[in-house]
Design a protein around this ligand. Structure first.
Ligand code: ZN
Ligand code: ZN
Length: 228
């Protein structure tokens, strides 16, 4: 599904949204839960590209609903993996995913392996705040910690586009903070949301829920304003 020219949300991916960027560099942002590689590869073919054309996979953060199909996607395409350096030990399987907050989620996480199980994948390029990526008209990495230590957003000033992962949540078409049970530091996450609100973007693509096309930065500022 095209959101704006050259930016697509891949249909029917389970878990988090997976976005395809069709600039001169073909890139994927996040991969959904395990089992989505076939859908993502088919979407690439449907858009007239080949799996081999995929050169970069950017991971917004280490949660399994975002990295679940990463290993399968790298195996199928040979794409390089980019993620913030603080997320690498978990994506690469050197450290376990932290147990969510709260008794219910903590218990489920321990009892239901599908909540946390994924095939680890090495990260080729560690990312830092302010790093520029040659995607679409040019992307800037924004470190937005709180939900996880190395959560990032991608800002595309030329397209006035922001892709955020879970640092901004969007459920039932409403903006909000990241889900509390899976957020390590909510105060820090809100601080990250304020930092993102200072950017110029009309289009917002969150990790979950539908994109906002037009006026997204104003909506985010208004949401932050009513917190006081
Ligand atoms: Zn998520
Ligand atoms: Zn998350």
């Amino acid at each position: 599904m095209e959101i704006i020219p050259q930016v697509h949300r891949i249909p029917n991916v389970t878990g988090a949204n997976s976005y395809l960027l069709l600039g001169h560099t073909l890139a994927l942002v996040d991969t959904g839960m395990p089992g989505n590689a076939g859908r993502i590869l088919q979407a690439i073919r449907n858009l007239g590209r080949q799996p081999d054309d995929l050169t970069l996979i950017v991971i917004t953060h280490y949660h399994v609903d975002h990295i679940g199909s990463l290993q399968a996607m790298t195996a199928a395409t040979g794409a390089q993996v980019l993620a913030h350096r603080d997320e690498i030990p978990i994506i690469a399987g050197q450290r376990p995913q932290p147990v969510p907050r709260g008794a219910l989620f903590g218990l489920l996480f321990r009892l239901v392996p599908a909540m946390s199980r994924f095939d680890p994948a090495p990260v080729d390029v560690p990312l830092e705040d302010g790093q520029r990526l040659d995607l679409l008209g040019g992307a800037v990495v924004v470190h937005a910690p709180g939900h996880t230590p190395g959560s990032i957003a991608l800002h595309f000033p030329g397209e006035r586009l922001l892709i955020t992962g879970d640092v901004i949540n969007r459920r039932a078409n409403r903006l909000g903070p990241p889900p509390r049970p899976f957020t390590l530091d909510m105060a820090q996450a809100l601080e990250s949301m304020r930092r993102l609100a200072a950017l110029d973007f009309g289009v917002l693509c969150t990790g979950h829920g539908d994109p906002i096309v037009g006026g997204a930065d104003e909506q985010l500022r208004a949401w932050l304003q009513q917190l006081h």
